[in-house]
Write a protein that binds this ligand. Structure first.
Ligand SMILES: [Zn+2]
Length: 411
């Protein structure tokens, strides 16, 4: 069901040191059906460690991917407008700078429902998606995208390359952290890239996670938490070069990394490496007070909600997101505090949040009596978008609680 990684996921070192232990947590995306409420629910330890040898922050436990990403995996990328816009702009920029056309090939690892590749297909640029999840893969095919419904790794890359399939551009958004065989996915990217091809990889930036106390972005699906130092070492160990990097505001702070088979790192790469060295991201001391800061946030959120309940207020949660599972369970926030959770994704309606077992409804529920007085934003990374969408809730006197980095009621 789960195993502990025998050593560092990138370099194999056995000297990893513990940063934060959550204890046992439910699977963050394991939304429960009515029938599943009767059955035993999986819980696994969740422990964050740091590798002093290559600087990679990672969790110790690997849950069997069959359990993690089974047939019910509910994540459809196309449910956030801001994320779709972000991806579209990225695709358009690459088509332009790389002068892509009908003879080019773009491949996306974890292509989900085709949210990104559809931008290429619209412009008649050949696109291949790779994704093991049947629901999202079917949605991508409906959008006219060819999909290989498999887990990506060295073996699949080798068989594609043997068929003559190599890419001008490879996208890998928020997937590098999800793969237990990290060396395998990096080798796979090298194998699939044309000699002058580029892989564009986005992943949450561990520096933002630590600095802004985004502990709820840590869950069993997220095996690794990258710094520029750690990724640049990882890529060079596998014959790739990190040629450019940008910091992005998405998902609480991410990196967009440009990786090629050969090339020279840009000034931006050098600058971020120097910043990380001076901040100490490559040393265990940087992570030392993280656990106590996390416990402080959990405690103060629990107290804030407790005092609102004592005043007779009604509270609901917004977004049945993975990070919501971790936030609610780790801060011990259940039906004593929240009446329910709402989400725009219809695939989640009628289900229950893992662990705390709060029911999930459509967002229209917020306007039904008895309406909540407060809405706890579990998907705080989309807070501006959500607050705009819920203007009517606000107009009726509803208020928002932002949990991270410090729990507060939005002005
Ligand atoms: Zn390591």
């Amino acid at each position: 069901m789960y195993s502990n990684a025998p050593g560092c996921r990138a370099c194999g070192s056995t000297g990893c040191v513990e940063i934060l232990a959550f204890g046992e947590m439910p699977l963050s995306d394991g939304l429960l059906s009515e029938a599943e409420l009767e059955r035993h629910e999986h819980r696994f330890p969740l422990t964050v460690v740091f590798c002093p040898d290559c600087s990679l922050v990672q969790i110790r436990e690997t849950v069997d991917p069959g359990i993690l990403f089974g047939a019910d995996y509910p994540y459809f990328s196309s449910f956030s407008d801001a994320w779709l816009r972000h991806c579209r702009e990225n695709a358009l920029e690459l088509m332009e700078t790389r002068q892509m056309g009908p003879s080019s090939l773009v491949i996306e690892i974890a292509s989900n429902d085709g949210y990104l590749l559809r931008n290429y297909v619209e412009r008649i640029i050949p696109a291949l998606g790779i994704d093991p999840a049947p629901g999202p893969a079917a949605a991508a095919r409906e959008a006219g995208i060819e999909v290989r419904q498999e887990f990506f790794g060295r073996a699949l890359a080798e068989s594609l390359a043997a068929e003559g399939t190599r890419a001008d551009v490879i996208h890998a958004n928020n997937v590098l952290a999800h793969v237990a065989d990290l060396p395998g996915i990096v080798d796979g990217i090298r194998i699939l890239l044309k000699d002058d091809g580029v892989a564009v990889i986005e992943a949450p930036y561990v520096r933002d996670l630590i600095d802004h106390c985004e502990f709820d972005t840590i869950y069993h699906e997220h095996l690794c938490y990258f710094s520029v130092t750690a990724v640049s070492r990882l890529f060079s160990a596998h014959g790739l070069t990190l040629v450019d990097v940008r910091r992005l505001p998405t998902h609480g702070g991410s990196l967009r990394m440009y990786v090629q088979r050969a090339g020279t790192p840009s000034a931006a790469v050098g600058a971020l490496l120097a910043e990380e060295r001076s901040l100490g991201l490559d040393r265990a001391e940087y992570y030392e007070d993280f656990a106590s800061r996390v416990r402080e946030v959990q405690k103060s959120l629990n107290q804030l909600l407790g005092s609102l309940k004592a005043e007779g207020k009604r509270i609901a949660g917004y977004a049945a997101a993975a990070k919501g599972t971790i936030l609610l369970n780790s801060a011990d926030i259940d039906g004593r505090f929240l009446d329910y959770v709402v989400d725009r994704n219809r695939h989640k309606h009628g289900k229950y949040m893992p662990g705390v077992r709060l029911p999930i409804y459509e967002t229209a529920k917020l306007l039904e009596a008895p309406a909540p007085d407060y809405l706890l934003l579990l998907a705080w990374n989309f807070k501006d978008e959500i607050m705009r969408q819920q203007q009517e809730f606000r107009d009726r006197g509803g208020r928002f609680i932002i949990p991270i980095p410090t729990p507060q009621i939005a002005a």
